[in-house]
Design a protein. Structure first.
Length: 91
């Protein structure tokens, strides 16, 4: 097996960056869709989903991907609590 060259590493690096950018775009899209669908859910101590989406539109550069992931987790947790019918696990 031949040793990798700088060109090989550059190609692999660029491919991984494309995959990362695509994943981050999907995460942001999912968070904003959930915020639009459930604007009353609290995604922080004093922040609701409606405000989070507005903040994204005003200053998207100040939000990190972790903020979007936290918003998704908070909305999904709230929806799980609201769901009357909880599916049991089968063993």
């Amino acid at each position: 097996m031949a040793r990798k060259t700088a060109k090989d590493y550059r190609k692999e690096y660029n491919e991984l960056n494309k995959q990362l950018n695509a994943l981050e775009a999907r995460i942001k899209e999912r968070a904003l869709k959930l915020c639009a669908k459930y604007p009353d859910v609290m995604v922080g101590k004093i922040t609701d989903a409606k405000y989070f989406a507005e903040y994204h539109n005003e200053q998207p550069a100040s939000l990190r991907i972790e903020n979007y992931l936290h918003a998704i987790e908070a909305i999904e947790a709230e929806l799980a609590k609201r769901d009357v019918y909880v599916q049991t696990k089968m063993f």
